[in-house]
Design a protein around this ligand. Structure first.
Ligand SMILES: Cc1cc2nc3c(=O)[nH]c(=O)nc-3n(C[C@H](O)[C@H](O)[C@H](O)COP(=O)(O)O)c2cc1C
Length: 480
């Protein structure tokens, strides 16, 4: 059977996510992102277009590394103002039945217990359509918003994330049995306490007693997305992620990265096929190639190089502060010497490039490895070729205009992909995990590390049968 290709709309609850400067376009609705109707209209459109999900990015700080302050980001609307991605999901869920919702939340700044409940709530309200993009966050300003003087070092953030996930799995998978809630009116028992337990987690970074406050949702653990590209990030993905965003500067690098992640997952005993691989797709389509190219030219004209630089500078180097012929590698080496964490920048900037070359690359959307501006046939050819040659499972569609980019994709590309058997013609399943892995797969696969806590296995928790209802016993039990 031909492999059907997944498409998510790449979104953010903000005015300018990654297509900087285009908020000024007269047909762009981005300025309406504070308005619930904006999200409701988008959800309806994406479900009509049979998208897999809307994928909401997020950051928890301002991009203030460029020209030593947030002024450019503010002026250009670069991910500020921005709102919480989780809060628009229930409204979108209310007007759809199938569309998935993958939202970003960072493991670095807010402890896991409250997030566990928020995620379970969303999985309940969406009837099993919630996914979580796990990030460890990269903005220095984010660290300063949460009481730190500077960012926690890159690999340490992943160590924290590892334990964070462990706590969540205990809460989501281990704390409640499926049949805990019995709603027995006659005997006045809502939940059978013998089927709910403390988790008593005591680790290096967190101490969490539990029990989880939400009863099990359809998926329990939301579908786990992740985009690590460093060695530590890839190892994290191979352990936890069910869907990964791979990057690269060429098609060949994408192929290698997809193969790497599947191999690492295999080595972890998870089965490479149990990880779906996604890439960003930069697509500008119209009825024919000429019209699409004209549209691309217009987007180029209205793009803001300053906006792109503010975005790139948020993670670390302020390119405006260096001469055009300076080598990026030298700048990174000098900054590393001063103790700056430039691990994210090592990958963001082209290796071996000068500042001038990096500026050129960073300010041009058509430099993305998957970039196509063309007719429906051109786009479908590129999608088909990339999937065949890289083993990718799907794409996050970048927006230039909202709702124009999604509308164009649905009008022109979807029918062409459907004609080729590469895109669904109706939704078959309703939970997000089943969408990715097939009907019947609502829950984590048994070999996933989260599954080891099922039924209370591998927990230090005691079940809450009458005698143990007093949480004050917790410390004694944990110490025992
Ligand atoms: C498609 C995609 C989406 C991402 N979305 C976010 C995001 O919303 N918020 C964030 O802090 N980082 C985001 N990232 C960055 C990743 O979480 C990660 O930090 C980055 O890919 C570098 O990998 P590393 O952490 O292993 O060094 C995204 C990356 C990709 C490729």
């Amino acid at each position: 059977m031909t492999k059907q290709i997944s498409f998510n709309l790449f979104e953010m609850n903000t005015v300018g996510h990654i297509s900087h400067g285009l908020w000024v376009h007269p047909e762009n609705n981005r300025h309406r992102f504070n308005d619930l109707d904006f999200w409701i209209e988008e959800a309806k459109l994406l479900e009509e277009g049979l998208f897999d999900s809307v994928f909401l990015a997020d950051v928890v700080g301002a991009y203030d590394g460029y020209r030593a302050g947030p002024e450019t980001a503010l002026r250009e609307g670069v991910q500020i103002p921005s709102n919480d991605p989780l809060l628009v999901i229930p409204a979108m869920a209310a007007v759809t039945k199938h569309l998935g919702f993958a939202a970003t939340f960072s493991t670095t700044y807010e402890p896991p217990f409250a997030f566990a409940r928020r995620a379970s709530t969303l999985d309940h309200l969406t009837k099993g359509r919630f996914g979580w993009n796990i990030v460890t966050s990269y903005l220095p300003n984010a660290a300063r918003n949460f009481g730190l003087d500077d960012e926690i070092a890159h690999d340490d953030r992943y160590a924290i994330a590892d334990e964070y996930l462990d706590v969540l799995y205990k809460l989501w998978e281990g704390s409640w049995d499926d049949d805990a809630v019995i709603r027995d009116r006659d005997n006045r028992v809502y939940t059978d306490p013998s089927k709910v337990r403390y988790i008593n987690h005591r680790g290096e970074f967190y101490r969490v007693a539990g029990p989880h406050l939400s009863e099990p949702s359809l998926q329990r653990t939301p579908v786990l997305f992740q985009a690590g590209s460093s060695p530590r990030g890839k190892a994290f993905a191979a352990k936890h992620a069910e869907a990964v965003f791979v990057g690269g500067s060429t098609l060949e690098q994408y192929r290698t990265n997809v193969a790497d992640i599947r191999r690492l997952a295999d080595e972890n005993g998870r089965g490479g096929a149990h990880i779906k691989a996604f890439a960003s797709a930069v697509i500008i389509v119209d009825k024919d190639r000429e019209s699409a190219e004209a549209k691309a030219e217009e987007f180029r004209r209205r793009s803001s190089a300053e906006g792109y630089l503010a975005h790139a500078g948020g993670g670390g180097i302020d390119l405006a502060a260096y001469p055009k012929n300076a080598l990026i590698a030298d700048i990174l080496a000098a900054e590393n010497k001063q103790g700056r964490d430039n691990s994210a920048n090592n990958r963001r900037y082209p290796p071996g490039a000068t500042v001038g070359e990096a500026l050129e690359t960073l300010t041009r959307f058509d430099r993305n490895p998957f970039y196509v501006a063309g007719s429906p046939g051109d786009v479908a050819d590129a999608v088909e070729r990339w999937v065949a040659e890289t083993d990718l499972d799907g794409f996050n569609l970048r927006q230039f205009l909202t709702p124009g980019s999604a509308e164009n994709f649905i009008e022109y590309v979807v029918p062409e992909l459907q004609r080729r058997g590469l895109y669904r013609t109706k939704y078959e399943e309703s939970t997000l995990r089943e969408r990715l892995f097939g009907l019947g797969n609502q829950r984590l696969f048994p070999e996933h590390p989260g599954a080891r806590y099922r039924g209370g296995a591998n927990l230090d928790g005691a079940s809450l049968d009458g005698a143990n209802l007093d949480g004050a016993n917790l410390d004694e039990r944990a110490e025992a």
